[in-house]
Design a protein around this ligand. Structure first.
Ligand code: HEC
Ligand code: HEC
Length: 188
């Protein structure tokens, strides 16, 4: 019996210790990205409900400086592959950011919904914009970050894992980018 208990303790303790470590290690990340999964900081993306496969690829790209942003390149530079996986799984457990109280101007929302259909955004990002696998959740993401990052795909200063988003945004005007960001940030 005692032998069995020792075995049990050895099997369980490392898992518990690791779980605490991930949460502790994610605390500085969430100081910027929002503890509850919703970011309160300008141009800083909410991570709640983000697709783990997408997060894993982005952290890898920050580490390898394929996606460049000084703070994130610094944060990711010493992470091992196991760390990347632990962070992305942990982020996947945070709650989706809720839609903002401001439901938006109905005309602008409708026009942007048309645009999203015309450019088939939901073919990849899902009808509810929750994303899947390596396609990110964009529903209720911060409006400022959405606009910033779409502009960066379009002018190629943000490199994607592949060229999909640069291609998609090729014929989308800057005003349309702002309208899409307005709509997607408020989608319900
Ligand atoms: C000082 C603030 C700050 C800290 C600390 C920080 N981040 Fe970030 N993070 C940012 C900003 C700002 C961006 C947006 C970069 C851009 O505009 O391309 C970002 C981007 C990301 C992205 C990409 C999100 C997306 O939607 O594409 C992930 C994933 C991420 N951070 C995870 C982490 C993790 C994990 C940590 C801790 C190891 C961390 N961040 C620490 C500010 C921070
Ligand atoms: C063919 C599939 C496809 C289509 C169509 C598509 N996307 Fe994407 N989108 C992706 C993929 C894949 C990524 C991740 C790319 C990367 O590695 O950076 C992405 C990334 C994004 C991001 C970055 C999110 C973040 O957290 O940083 C935004 C914003 C976005 N897409 C908005 C849109 C909008 C708006 C449309 C329609 C105008 C659209 N996408 C159409 C596949 C698609």
């Amino acid at each position: 019996m005692r032998c069995f208990l020792v075995f049990l303790a050895l099997a369980i303790i490392p898992v518990v210790a690791w779980a605490e470590t991930v949460q502790e290690r994610a605390a500085p990340c969430l100081a910027c990205h929002g503890e509850s999964g919703r970011s309160e900081i300008e141009n800083t993306p909410s991570l709640g409900g983000q697709q783990p496969a997408y997060v894993l690829i982005q952290l890898y790209m920050f580490r390898e400086k394929m996606r460049t942003f000084d703070i994130m390149n610094e944060m990711a530079k010493d992470l091992t592959d196991d760390d990347l996986r632990a962070f992305s799984d942990h982020i996947g457990t945070l709650k989706n950011p809720p839609p903002p109280d401001d439901a938006g101007d109905p005309m602008r929302m409708l026009q942007a919904q048309d645009l999203a259909q015309r450019y088939r955004c939901n073919a990849c990002h899902n009808v509810d914009f929750a994303g899947r696998d390596n396609v990110p959740r964009i529903a209720n993401q911060r409006e400022d970050y959405l606009a910033k990052t779409m502009r960066e795909y379009k002018d190629n200063s943000r490199r994607g894992y592949d060229a999909t988003m640069a291609d998609v945004l090729q014929s989308v005007t800057d005003q349309q980018i702002l309208d899409l960001a307005y709509y997607i940030a408020r989608v319900r």
